[in-house]
Design a binder for this molecule. Structure first.
Ligand code: ADP
Ligand code: ZN
Length: 730
């Protein structure tokens, strides 16, 4: 290998890539590769890892092999390099025979500078044979965390890479990753047999990112509020399932957000288009599964939202890393619910025991992070083996926990107890065992190790397991205890911890946030109650007004607007006819017929009470104009018998009645005369009609009582009520 003058490197950087300077460790890393050393690069997403192997490949004779897990990613990089005039090729299962031959020929004659290979292709014998003949100068392994079962993205093929490289000769390796906990890092080096590698680890701290975790409650409403506050800015919303992706994308579109879905189940052409639209800013928000984002280099993504709680902190950190690559604002918002964690646990039930245990540990870390009130940045960086002083985050309000600090309590005694427990159990146990010993839990393990006779046993028996776990985590975060790399879960004392044992000092700890009473996500559904609790004073004003209007028109009040509609008005403060129509139960017809005095009353109330109305919070549901409704309305226009309409739409008669009521309550007129006159005689129709005109309420049970079950069925009355409301109210 060669020594390259710094000037020559810099010239090449400018000449080929057009950059004036190296970033961070890039230059040192490249020099290291060029001297033939094994090199291990840990750099956050967006910091510029690719250049670390691309540039040295250009400086050396022969070909560099790049192993990368995703074919799409490979193609992307190869295209970019070709555009720069570099001969890069890929070797994977998508090539035709002719293409394959060309790749081989150009590699053997040394003109291919970078050869991208999928790990599956690398294991094929004829590829190995061919590569043995080529002049390979080094091997780059991108996304090296895929090697570790302890990472978030394990690929079994990755574990065979070293064995094959060996067959190609003794080649230097550069392994690169954007996420590696100390455990994963250790795994990678062991598996690649490069414990001797020079490690280049950049800080993972992304100062411009703001981290926040919110309870997943009324999540859709929170989402729309957030997105509207950042109108026109680029953002990514991650969901765990394809179905959810579709649902949320649709929900945003209905609410006038330029959004598009992205997941592996979409047609490749649609996926490509949606991605391009996002990059070209035709679309502001992309709603995606984690399939989206690898290799996407959009510098001005202003927010990344995790709508569902992610599976691991590594994945989470990687995804949030896509925000604010240009160093400007990047907001990272995550919705957390213990229900999500339970759901994810269930997904793992078909996995092998080890895989399941690994996945569970990752989930536990995720839950602990979310519920903790300690600086998010401190927790994240600690997870990746970095110490961080949260005073800095606190001063720039870089996370929710620093911006809105939680209740604190004195931790001196508690930490001391934790450290005693670790010491007295000889630093060989995990968090739950330490908590059990401290609380004096006389279980099988504690007894079998005779830990119930330790001085620390039962010392903390007045506090709960949750409390002690939180204290133990904060003991780790403060670097008094550390996770043992070789034995998962085992906690060992650090030198700082040993000092503390002999010389404890005051230290404040933060009380965990409480997510136990989260309840349902409370998603607004079509015709569901309004999402925000209403303004009771305004509601009463509107009710009184309704009574007055009803009286003057000689109609029962419910014909004007139903209670849920008034409640919603007292929630969203509609300003005009258009706003009014967005309210459940108010159609265009009703708004025009009865809306004016209500709008005036609301306007007056808003002014008198200095209310700031937020149009942005108006939530429309995708279901509002569903195909089904349209089909029913059209069929009734064509006077098709109701039984037949139900059949046509594959719903029961009862469901059809429900739908018709929804349509009618929402203000669309349905003319059912053709059908009602067929099944009921005129006299009965008139009687029921008169009843509804006089009644206090439109309740069907009350109507049945009054009119007699002998003469009418419940269905009859529901039909007449629809006719009645259609004629008077809509
Ligand atoms: P990573 O793989 O670490 O996520 P990339 O290699 O995709 O990051 O690089 C991120 C972006 O930074 C790319 O647009 C790349 O062209 C750019 N970049 C890399 N090195 C430099 C540099 N020295 N100067 C300016 N831009 C750079
Ligand atoms: Zn913080």
């Amino acid at each position: 290998m060669i020594e390259v003058q710094a000037d020559a490197l810099r010239d090449k950087l400018k000449e080929v890539f057009g950059y004036g300077q190296f970033r961070g460790n890039q230059e040192a890393i490249i020099q290291n590769i060029l001297t033939g050393q094994n090199t291990f690069v840990i750099m956050p997403t967006g910091a510029g890892k690719s250049l670390c192997y691309q540039l040295p490949a250009l400086m050396l004779d022969g070909t560099a092999i790049v192993i990368s897990p995703l074919i799409a990613l490979m193609k992307n990089q190869v295209d970019q390099l070709n555009a720069l005039g570099i001969n890069a090729k890929f070797l994977n299962s998508t090539l035709t025979k002719a293409e394959m031959n060309r790749v081989r020929r150009e590699t053997l004659d040394g003109s291919v500078k970078l050869l991208y290979v999928a790990p599956e292709s690398l294991t094929k014998q004829d590829n190995i044979d061919f590569l043995r003949q080529a002049q390979i100068n080094f091997v780059a392994i991108d996304e090296a965390h895929c090697i570790s079962e302890w990472g978030h993205d394990f690929r079994p093929e990755y574990r065979r890479i070293k064995e094959i490289i060996k067959q190609l000769g003794s080649l230097p390796i550069i392994a690169l990753t954007a996420t590696a906990t100390p455990k994963v890092q250790n795994d990678i080096q062991k598996n690649l047999q490069m414990e001797d590698a020079d490690l280049f680890k950049s800080s993972f701290n992304r100062e411009n990112l703001y981290y926040e975790v919110r309870p997943k409650k009324q999540a859709k409403k929170q989402l729309i509020q957030f997105v509207k506050q950042h109108k026109g800015k680029s953002g990514i919303i991650y969901c765990l399932s394809r179905k959810k992706v579709e649902e949320i994308a649709e929900f945003l579109k209905v609410n006038d957000v330029k959004a598009a879905p992205y997941h592996a189940g979409l047609d490749a052409s649609i996926r490509m288009k949606n991605q391009d639209d996002f990059l070209n800013e035709e679309v502001d928000v992309i709603v995606a599964t984690i399939a989206f984002g690898m290799g996407i280099d959009k510098p001005d993504v202003r927010f990344v939202i995790h709508y569902d709680t992610p599976k691991s902190l590594e994945g989470y950190y990687q995804e949030t890393g896509r925000a604010g690559r240009d160093g400007l604002e990047g907001l990272c918002l995550m919705f957390y619910s213990p229900n999500d964690i339970d759901k994810l646990e269930k997904f793992n039930k078909d996995k092998s025991v080890t895989e399941r245990d690994n996945a569970r540990l990752l989930l536990q870390e995720m839950a602990a992070y979310s519920e903790s009130a300690v600086c998010r940045r401190k927790q994240l960086l600690n997870y990746f083996g970095e110490q961080y002083d949260s005073a800095q985050c606190h001063s720039q309000q870089g996370c929710d926990n620093c911006k809105f600090p939680r209740e604190q309590f004195e931790g001196k005694e508690l930490i001391h107890t934790v450290l005693e427990a670790a010491q007295q159990t000889e630093e060989r146990f995990d968090m739950s065992h330490l908590s059990d010993v401290i609380r004096g839990e006389e279980n099988q393990y504690v007894v079998s190790y005779n830990h119930n006779s330790l001085p620390v046993y039962g010392k903390g028996n007045t506090d709960t397991d949750d409390h002690w776990r939180s204290v133990i985590r904060q003991t780790i975060l403060n670097n008094f205890l550390q996770k043992d790399i070789d034995n998962v879960g085992v906690l060992k004392l650090t030198p700082k911890g040993k000092d503390f044992l002999s010389n404890p000092t005051s230290l404040m700890l933060a009380k965990d946030r409480d997510f136990s009473n989260l309840g349902e996500e409370e998603e607004p559904e079509a015709n569901a109650a309004p999402v925000r609790s209403h303004d009771e004073a305004l509601f009463q004003i509107l009710k009184a007004l309704r009574k007055k209007v009803a009286h003057s028109k000689d109609l029962p009040p419910y014909v004007i607007f139903q209670d849920p509609s008034l409640e919603e008005m007292a929630t969203t403060y509609p300003k005009n006819q258009d706003d009014l129509v967005k309210i459940n139960g108010v159609g265009r017809g009703k708004a025009e017929k009865f809306g004016r005095p209500f709008l005036d009353a609301i306007q007056k109330y808003v002014e008198e009470n200095d209310i700031v109305t937020a149009d942005d919070v108006m939530i429309k549901t995708a279901g509002a104009k569903s195909k089904l409704k349209v089909s029913i309305i059209q069929s009734i226009d064509r006077k098709i018998a109701l039984e037949e309409i139900a059949d046509l739409n594959k719903i029961s008669y009862d469901e059809l009645l429900d739908e018709m009521e929804n349509i009618c309550f929402a203000g669309t007129r349905l003319n059912l005369d053709y059908y009602i006159e067929d099944i009921l005689d005129e006299e009965r129709i008139d009687d029921a009609y008169d009843y509804f005109l006089e009644a206090e309420s439109d309740d069907i049970d009350m109507a049945l009582d009054e009119l007699g079950e002998d003469d009418y069925s419940e269905d009859d009355l529901r039909l007449i009520r629809i006719k009645f409301l259609s004629e008077y109210a809509n």
